[in-house]
Design a binder for this molecule. Structure first.
Ligand code: APR
Length: 270
């Protein structure tokens, strides 16, 4: 399973006529669910100051070519340019803090042990810093380093031994260090996608937050949950490519709506 952009789906569906009733219905569905999966995308970190990828003007891909900056051929062609771009993203992430959406998910997990599974496409560490240390990371970790090519030695060298540079490289074989994220055309980590699919196929409710649904296989998790009978709730200020999978679509920002859906005192069995 490789990271793919989906050209086909149509984001046409509008939310219900009564947002208040939709919010209450979503809250009840989450309250009734013994197992809840939350699938997050870049939109959940937008209010922490981390740009999304596809938002028209502010999205990273509005200014940069994903094939140039988020692919292995792009890195081999321009290692310094790509390394610098990730170094800047790492710096921006270190300056960011989890927002109310990240925090209320961690709080819900603390209050309801074993009931919540967080699956994220995000490579930032805001879920983890908020307290969701077991969030399933489908697209890797922006702060992790790994070798570009498999290390030729039996006991692979640690990237921490690499000679500093942009990017750092192995002093012995010249192997480059690259960020530990999943690039376009690359396989997702098998354990993580397996755990995410299992959780989606067995949950009673799925909350999809801040994703355009443009990238597979992550986007397929909502359909998997719906077909398994789960109530799928989407939180996004804009239509997404997976809106058709949702029973309830809530048009709004994550940091505003998630506390109303999940905080103690909401219907979520606090
Ligand atoms: N709250 C909720 N949703 C928001 C907010 C917000 N405050 N701000 C923006 N959004 C929504 C946008 O409307 C958009 O639908 O978040 C979504 C972000 O979509 P993308 O930028 O496409 O990000 P994502 O879906 O996470 O991208 C998937 O693509 O580029 C690759 O690997 C990268 O993991 C990423 C994957």
């Amino acid at each position: 399973m490789t990271l793919e952009a989906d050209p086909g789906a149509d984001p046409g569906a509008d939310p219900g006529a009564d947002p208040g009733a939709d919010l209450a219905a979503a809250s009840r569905a989450l309250a009734a669910a013994r197992s809840v999966v939350v699938l997050t995308g870049a939109g959940i970190s937008a209010e922490s100051g981390i740009p999304t990828f596809r938002d028209a003007l502010t999205g990273l891909w509005a200014h940069f070519d994903p094939q140039e900056l988020a692919s292995e051929p792009g890195f081999r062609a321009h290692p310094q340019r790509v390394w610098d771009w990730y170094a800047e993203r790492r710096e921006r992430m270190r300056r960011a803090d989890p927002n109310a959406a990240h925090r209320v998910l961690a709080d819900f997990a603390r209050r309801h042990p074993g009931r919540l599974t967080v699956v994220t496409q995000n490579v930032d560490d805001l879920h983890q810093r908020a307290g969701c240390s077991d969030a399933i990371r489908l697209h890797g970790d922006l702060l992790a380093d790994r070798w570009l090519d498999p290390c030729p030695r039996p006991a692979a060298c640690s990237t921490s031994r690499a000679t500093p540079g942009r990017p750092p490289r192995c002093a012995d074989c010249g192997n480059l260090v690259r960020p530990g994220v999943v690039w376009f055309g690359e396989m997702l980590p098998l354990v993580e996608i397996g755990r995410a699919e299992h959780a989606a196929a067995h949950c009673e409710a799925m909350l999809v937050v801040g994703t355009s649904g443009a990238v597979w296989p992550a986007a397929g998790l909502a359909g998997l949950a719906r077909r398994a009978g789960a109530t799928v709730v989407i939180v996004n200020p804009e239509p997404s490519e997976i809106d058709a999978e949702a029973s309830i679509r809530l048009r709004g920002r994550a940091a505003e709506l998630l506390p109303r859906l999940l905080a103690p005192g909401s219907d979520a069995k606090s």
